[in-house]
Design a protein around this ligand. Sequence first.
Ligand code: 6R9
Length: 636
Amino acid sequence: MSSRIRTLEEYHAAYQKSVEDPDGFWADVAAPFTWRRKWDTVRSGEFSPAGDSKWFEGARLNITENCLDRHLALRGNKLALIFEPNDPKTRHLRLTYRELYQQVCQFANVLHANGVEKGDRVIIYLPMIPALAIAVLACARIGAVHSVVFAGFSATAIADRVNDADAHFVLTADGLNRGPKQIPVKSVVDEALLHCPGVRRVIVVEHLGWHVHMQPGRDVWFHEEAQGVPLTCPAEEMKAEDPLFILYTSGSTGKPKGVVHTTAGYMVWADYTFRNVFQVEENDVYWCTADIGWVTGHTYLLYGPLLAGSTSLQFEGVPTYPDAGRFWEVIDKHNVTIFYTAPTAIRSLMATPLDNVLSYSLSSLRVLGSVGEPINEEAWHWYHTHIGKGRCPIVDTWWQTETGGIMLSALADITPSVPARAGLPLPGVQPVLLNQDGTEIEGNDREGYLAIKASWPAVIRTTWGDHERARQTYFQPYPGYYFTGDGARRDEQGLYRIIGRVDDVINVSGHRFGTAEIENAINQNEHVVESAVVGYPHDVKGQGIYAYVICQHGAPKTDAEARQWEASIIETVVAEIGKIAKPDKIQLVSGLPKTRSGKIMRRILRKVAEGETSNLGDVTTLLDPAVVDEILAGKK
Ligand code: 6R9
């Protein structure tokens, strides 16, 4: 496809055109896709006050025709998906574009036969197996709105999402492999659905071959439903702004919100950013290690690579099983050329003996990527030297669930790639730094709140069922801008460096949690009166979770009692959210530092958690300054 940038001059020209003539620019980018009907207007709507951007209005299409059907003539026998299982001794699986097309169609027919209709929401709680990729595309094929829930979330988290999305259908599996462990999945869904009366049908994919409870009239096995079902299925004709998916993500307040992306704009953005950032060529073998349960897996494991006709690798396992050389083994085994992972994975592997890397050649690699959190310089250099052998450019890609795709990043080997800098904006992205009062900060070597000035094709359209929440979160804080929630610095060369969240969101191993969300979970525990959660720097995870907790019966009487309460609090968090939100440190306290108006002074708690205890700042406004001494004395 055209619209591929190949030189620095072309980048500058594309960027300039995208700002001066966005309609013309995006019309050109969108032209080569398969449209059932072309658009009437390229862009409409506004950030302020409505927060209702629309792209390619009037167009009709189906994204799977662009991911699959469009490639059949030229790439029917090309590999679309390589599946590498958890256990290297189990056989891997390869699907050509034709095979993937057939499996998606078959799955789509099974969905139809089970009552799923256009516009229905389908919750997908599946492990990282081909059925997950296929199920997502099958929903899109028939115009159902997929909402993937990462298969590490708890029953409560699933129930919240099913009910918020008002979903009648759930797709799941018997269980999953995670390193040496096998973990139940269906039973978690069963527990969730006790609280979801609206669910009519659960389709279960057989993965581990387990016997699981099947509720008559509700639960069916996919392999039984698929018997004799045709391998073709007409694609539903969708409007450009019909919702494609909902993906729940944490914010600074309340329960996770359902970020909604729509069809045409998301498609164009996923394809454009994928091809240009990674500088993808026809014969690349591309591996994104993210789970499809997160936005990175949606855009850069599934949609981006398939739209571009690339070969995408899906990995079920973990970086350290059977040993810490597993990633590098997979790269050599499948001749991976482009590798996209998260800083937390790099940091955890850096901490293991270098022999784990040196036993592999890694000579197929051409481009490396990073996503999810700031990559520290040490990790950047290790990645560059030991994985990229000094010859592969690193693209540090900054973006968010809400942005749909990459916003700030180097284009591999084309625009500057500097350690700890995301780099320059992609064409179509107009970043600004704002002061607290919302005025733009001009010039380089400056720091401020990162906001985006003009709409781009994959900007969040709404939060499911509550547009006002989206408007207030993203478009109202600074009218005329999309507010990212991140702080950033523009360096002397105009490259962006992301500093981190400026709100109450913490980023643990690249996963977002609201501090309030974790506090709500902790407060469900029978021992707990009140809690306050903050992030603190963690060597591997980027940020760790530090919880200050007041228990009902005052201080624990013995160490054993303290440990028992802490374990019980952890159990509650695991039940409410999932293992990924487990506090790293719990400090039982008798009080929290509060102002006279009752506000918790998180600044103090953050400093203590960070170990910066010498300068706590002004504590005179506290109701009871003695609390601080107790907290300092008991620091974990
Ligand atoms: C894609 C994704 C978004 C938040 C974002 C920011 C952080 C993501 C980053 C990065 C520094 C990068 N973030 N990429 N920070 N450098 N390259 O991660 O989406 O899960 O919604 O998280 O992650 O703080 O605001 P999401």
